[in-house]
Design a protein around this ligand. Structure first.
Ligand code: ZN
Length: 145
C-alpha cells in the first residue's frame, strides 16, 4: 500500500515537472500550446466547453488543418472517454462537451498525417482561473507553479 502511494506521488511530481517545462508560451486563443511538429497546435476549451485543437505556423498565425489526425481522450474519475472530433476551419473540435468532474487528465494525440508517428500530449484539465496569470489553470503560463 505504502509503495503504491509513493509511486503515485512520484508520478505526480514527474508529470508536474513535464507540465512546467511546457508552460512558457501562451496559446493565442487562451489555451495550452502543444509542441507539435511541423505546425504548432493549441488545446483550448471553448465557451461551449468543447475541446478545440487549433493549428498555427511558427509565427503563431492560424493554419487550416491539412492532413492532421487528432484524438482527444478525457480521463475523469468516472471513467475514460474518447471524444469524437470534427474538422473546423482552424483545426478540430470535439463533437461533445468535455466531461464534468475536472480537474482530470486529458490526452491529446496529434499526427501530422494519417501515416505519421503520433505525438501524445498529457495535460491536467483544470478549468478554474489562475490567480497569477488570469488564464485557465490548464493553460497557466506562470513560472512559479
Ligand atoms: Zn498562472
Amino acid at each position: 500500500m505504502k509503495t503504491k502511494v509513493l509511486l503515485f506521488v512520484a508520478s505526480m511530481i514527474l508529470s508536474a515537472t513535464a507540465i512546467r517545462a511546457e508552460k512558457a508560451v501562451a496559446g493565442p486563443a487562451g489555451g495550452r500550446l502543444l509542441d507539435t511538429e511541423p505546425a504548432r497546435a493549441e488545446f483550448v476549451i471553448n465557451a461551449a466547453r468543447k475541446g478545440e485543437i487549433r493549428f498555427y505556423d511558427a509565427a503563431l498565425k492560424p493554419l487550416a488543418p491539412v492532413q492532421q489526425v487528432v484524438t482527444v481522450t478525457a480521463e475523469p474519475a468516472a471513467g475514460r472517454v474518447k471524444l469524437e472530433v470534427e474538422k473546423t476551419e482552424f483545426g478540430f473540435v470535439t463533437k461533445e462537451a468535455m466531461p464534468a468532474g475536472d480537474p482530470y487528465r486529458v490526452v491529446v494525440q496529434v499526427r501530422a498525417t494519417p501515416e505519421a508517428k503520433p505525438q501524445n500530449f498529457r495535460l491536467d484539465l483544470a478549468l478554474g482561473n489562475c490567480g497569477g496569470c488570469q488564464r485557465a489553470e490548464y493553460a497557466c503560463t506562470c513560472e512559479s507553479h
